[in-house]
Design a protein. Structure first.
Length: 257
């Protein structure tokens, strides 16, 4: 296969360009550039403390930018608040506090449709029940009684009621058993991308996540040190060495962004 074909990607739907952000006046992420297209799963990985969740918060509007730009479908949303980004099609599932514990599954899903007419939300929830039968089985259960995998399915389902064009997932398999984690990635995340949504995925379970990702970014000390097809990363025998090494791999292995 020609190199150009191997590196071909869909047109960028989300583009975060040379962004720097952090807390107070302290930068955590520095001059990072990432993108994800419709139908694509872009995986951001790296060691603890690399700045992955900070990067996500800049994309979703929960942290201001020190510099750089965030664009969605070519529109500059760098100064937009989180609710404005949600209205433009940005869905976000945080790592924790991702469901309303006292509410039933059905009520949690209904919360995801607060921006659309009730009839529209009801139709979308009905479609989710068909796509993910487990949600239908759980609809009367209180979210606080669910297992970790069930809670994550509800959290992602609630985000999908709004029919986001970009879905941002912050470590959706955290604390889940390996089999359940695989099911979330294979049976939930993969179909969402296949349906045309752009998916930006943060994961610590790199080997599992690479099974559904099409592109990978390695973040270390707040900077993107590698930007390559997921197939390149799957072929690496020791990803831990990549995360821990002092120097990034040679520049010729990086793909143009």
């Amino acid at each position: 296969m020609p190199a150009d074909a191997r590196l071909a990607r869909p047109e960028a739907y989300l583009s975060a360009e040379q962004i720097s952000t952090g807390y107070g006046r302290t930068p955590v992420v520095r001059d990072a550039t990432i993108q994800v297209g419709r139908g694509e799963v872009a995986l951001v990985m790296g060691p603890n403390g690399a700045g992955k969740s900070t990067l996500i918060k800049a994309v979703t509007g929960h942290l201001p930018l020190f510099s750089g730009h965030v664009r969605l479908a070519g529109r500059d949303i760098s100064a937009a608040r989180p609710e404005a980004r949600a209205a433009l099609g940005v869905g976000y599932v945080p790592q924790s506090q991702d469901v309303f514990g006292p509410l039933t599954v059905a009520e949690n899903l209904a919360m995801g449709g607060y921006r659309v007419p009730k009839a529209t939300a009801a139709a979308r929830i009905s479609a989710l029940y068909e796509q993910f039968p487990k949600l239908s089985e759980l609809r009367a259960r209180k979210a606080r009684t669910l297992s970790g995998g069930e809670r994550k399915l509800v959290a992602i389902g609630r985000a999908l009621v709004a029919q986001p064009s970009l879905l941002v997932l912050d470590e959706p398999t955290a604390s889940l058993a390996p089999l359940v984690a695989t099911q979330i990635l294979d049976d939930v995340v993969r179909p969402v991308a296949a349906g045309g949504c752009a998916v930006l995925l943060i994961e610590q379970r790199v080997r599992l996540a690479l099974g559904v990702a099409s592109w990978g970014y390695v973040l270390r000390e707040g900077s993107v040190v590698l930007n390559v097809p997921a197939s390149d990363l799957r072929a690496m025998p020791d990803l831990s060495a990549l995360f821990l090494s002092e120097r990034a791999p040679s520049a010729e292995r990086r793909a143009p962004s």
